[in-house]
Design a protein around this ligand. Structure first.
Ligand code: PEP
Ligand code: MN
Length: 310
């Protein structure tokens, strides 16, 4: 791959050690930052939004995921509540000090709805606009998003295209002037992933950091797709989160629900809100281990020089 010359806006030039990133709403995202966005895959009612934000706030989290516009495989499946839920989602975000919401859009017109409804509530929070894997090469949507600077973008890799093609899509996002992009790994579609929903791609975390300027997010919920556990009761979703964090992921995007079996979308993969505290503890162990791994390399500068951008 010669990304640096093909896609100069999002690619890292060889040997450039800059920690690229951006700040918005008092939050900083870079290849060294660390955030957890837990929340509802799809907003179903105001009560569950309030319960979720309240728990996040009690656990010291100030970011969340909240899906309102859902791209569904079947036209008969719940399509998300759309703009109708946004007023209470934004108002509750203010109540519980949630500073940023990750929210997928499927059409550029939804940007306007989000912008107007945020303004109506006096801009209580920021929105990190998600491009879902199904829109990974929706070039008109990518171009529309690239022309605005209000919303940072969480780009989910295409689940059936090459990594280079997903990075090319991010160049589209950057082309119009928006360089506030986070790259999200969420697994690749493959029957070889069985019994997981997608083939987990945490091995690409250091690759994205080495090849691009983008912070890296990992979505264990969509990668694994179920809450099955090992003999110690540790769910595969926790294990893959641990693997991502210990490899230096800058962000986790995790589905949680007060009552997962009642979730209207992807019910099988949501963590119980009551289990979130222990999940955060598990993840904190892994983040600390990652910091120790970095410190170890700093003690051995030769190792860094010989391994950088090879
Ligand atoms: C989601 O995050 O709700 C989602 C639909 O994810 P993906 O695009 O990765 O399937
Ligand atoms: Mn989903």
């Amino acid at each position: 791959m010669n990304l640096a010359s093909n896609f100069p806006l999002v690619s890292r030039q060889a040997n450039d050690p800059t920690n690229f990133g951006f700040s918005i709403g008092g939050l900083t995202f870079s290849q060294t930052s660390w955030h957890i966005f837990a929340g509802l895959n799809a907003v179903d009612n105001e009560h569950n939004v309030a319960l979720t934000f309240k728990k996040l706030n009690a656990l010291g989290l100030n970011c969340a995921r909240m899906g309102a516009f859902k791209p569904r495989t079947s036209p008969y499946s719940f399509q998300g509540l759309g703009e109708q839920c946004l007023p209470y989602v934004f108002a509750l975000a203010a109540t519980y000090n949630i500073k940023m919401l990750a929210m997928e859009i499927t059409h550029e017109a939804q940007l306007d709805h989000i912008f107007k409804l945020l303004a109506r509530e006096n801009n209580p929070t920021k929105v990190l606009v998600q491009i879902g894997t199904r829109n990974a090469q929706n070039f008109e949507l990518l171009k529309a998003l690239s022309k605005q600077n209000v919303f940072p973008i969480l780009y989910k890799r295409g689940y059936g295209i090459t990594l280079e093609e997903s990075i090319a899509a991010c160049e589209y996002l950057s082309y119009g002037g928006n360089s506030n992009i986070i790259f999200c790994l969420r697994g690749m579609k493959s029957n070889f992933a069985d019994p997981h929903r997608n083939f987990v791609d945490v091995a690409h975390i250091p690759v994205i950091k080495r090849l691009t300027k983008m912070p890296v997010c990992f979505d264990p919920s969509h990668a694994v797709g179920n809450m099955n556990s090992d003999l110690n009761n540790i769910p595969d979703i926790w294990h893959t989160s641990a693997q991502a964090v210990i490899a230096g992921a800058n962000m986790l995007l995790v589905d949680v629900h007060p009552k997962p079996n009642q979730a209207l979308v992807d019910a099988k993969q949501a963590l119980k809100l009551d289990d979130l505290e222990m999940f955060l503890e598990d993840v904190a162990i892994c983040r600390a281990a990652y910091e120790k791994r970095r410190a170890l390399q700093k003690c051995a500068p030769e190792a860094i020089t010989t391994s950088a951008h090879s």
